[in-house]
Design a protein around this ligand. Structure first.
Ligand SMILES: C[S@@+](CC[C@H](N)C(=O)[O-])C[C@H]1O[C@@H](n2cnc3c(N)ncnc32)[C@H](O)[C@@H]1O
Length: 377
């Protein structure tokens, strides 16, 4: 086994949660904007890909150096140990980005990086002609920030938000990674009732169910690094077996998702069936203001529509006012809403206990948190 420098990337604002996830898995971390660095071997690459709920990707950091000229870039890339990771027949597309740096032409940086890797590989593997690139794929990224070039290789492939359960979606589905982050922020535990009254395609409820039963989010999908020669199939099998043992399929859950649109309810049900929660989560068609419960200490998490047209906005504002009024009847419940509406607190009619800025894609939103009364001891 080899020890690699690894980085788990995430959406801005979620890196702290990814760092907590990595710490819970036993790693020592170092956090930067949208990035959490840690060290690990091949098994750790498999394990983190399988278990991280909030990260976008896990990447190997091949190296980092200052580069203000194309020559420095070429020599810096060539000096890195590519042939220790890439087999001679590796296919290795190079993508790039440059922020606040002297070298700003991304296509040129990509081409130079590619050329330098080819040269290092040819020398190391003693090849004279072309490299065929007929083998497994290694997606390389050259990223230059403040004149520091960092070279990474993606071990995940498709982003980690793709859990493999989404058969269909509505117009504004939440990314699975953000949905999992919302559930983590609420500190919901599986012994508490859980409701998403704007469930759409069911993402938040499904992520809660996976957290509740400790199911690895990547259990049912594949990763690009499964094709790499040093990521042995037996090791992946071991890591999947371990995940299977850690899953608590018997954990009872009281998770309900409702939506005014019956088509969304059908989609949510289809996704839940695919994820194996068809009989665990209850989805039903309902207008949010018809919510009623005898349960105590529940958690309500949702992402109501933000509204684009004037009439629509007014309708949503009325609905949020109604929601605030209605939830006064349930003081033990905690309510968490992700919304871009800046007047949300006023509409809801209560000051938040906490508010957290989060990006839903490119939309700036707040996660409005209205904590319920503490349960009596
Ligand atoms: C932004 S989407 C939620 C997306 C969801 N989180 C997902 O991942 O698919 C908002 C949802 O609220 C639903 N909705 C709008 N008005 C509603 C109301 N008055 N009561 C219940 N649901 C409503 C819409 O049908 C829509 O599916």
């Amino acid at each position: 086994m080899t020890t690699y420098n690894l980085v788990a990337t995430s959406a801005m604002g979620l890196e702290g949660i990814v760092a907590d996830e990595l710490k819970a898995l036993g790693y020592t971390t170092q956090t930067e904007n949208g990035k959490v660095y840690f060290e690990g071997n091949e098994r750790d690459i498999a394990r983190t890909n399988l278990w991280l709920r909030v990260a976008d990707r896990v990447k190997i950091v091949v190296g980092s150096f200052r580069a203000r000229t194309f020559e420095q870039l070429f020599e810096g890339v060539k000096a890195l140990p590519w042939s220790d990771i890439l087999p001679v027949d590796a296919e290795f597309p190079v993508s790039g980005k440059s922020v606040k740096s002297t070298l700003f032409s991304v296509p040129d940086c990509q081409a130079i990086t590619k050329k330098a890797i080819v040269e290092q590989m040819k020398k190391s593997y003693m090849r004279l002609g072309f490299l065929e690139e007929t083998g497994p794929k290694f997606k390389i990224e050259i990223s230059i920030l403040n004149d520091i070039a960092t070279l990474t290789i993606d071990t995940s492939g498709t982003g980690l938000h793709k859990r493999g359960y989404r058969m269909d979606q509505g117009e504004a589905p939440l990314k699975e990674t953000l949905a999992a982050a919302l559930v983590y922020i609420t500190k919901w535990k599986p012994n508490r009732p859980f409701v998403d009254p704007f469930c759409g395609s069911g993402t938040i409820a499904l992520e809660a169910a996976m957290i509740g039963q400790n199911i690895a989010p990547g259990y049912n999908r594949e990763f690009i690094s499964e094709d790499w020669p040093f990521m042995k199939p037996e090791m992946w099998e071991e890591v999947r077996d371990e995940a299977d043992k850690l899953a608590d399929y018997d954990q009872l859950l009281d998770i309900v998702g409702t939506d005014i649109d019956h088509k969304m309810v059908e989609i949510a049900q289809k996704n839940a069936d695919e994820a194996g929660f068809g009989n665990v989560i209850e989805f039903k068609q309902m207008q949010v203001l018809d919510f009623a419960t005898y349960a105590e200490n529940g958690v309500m998490i949702g992402n109501p529509p933000y509204g684009e047209r004037i009439g629509e906005v007014e309708e949503i504002e009325d609905m949020i006012m109604g929601l605030g009024d209605m939830m006064k009847k349930y003081p033990s419940w905690s309510v968490y809403m992700l919304s871009s509406m800046e007047n949300f607190e006023n509409l809801y009619g209560r000051r938040t206990t906490k508010k957290r800025k989060l990006f839903n894609g490119f939309i700036r939103t707040d996660f409005y948190q209205f904590w319920g009364k503490r349960p009596k001891r």
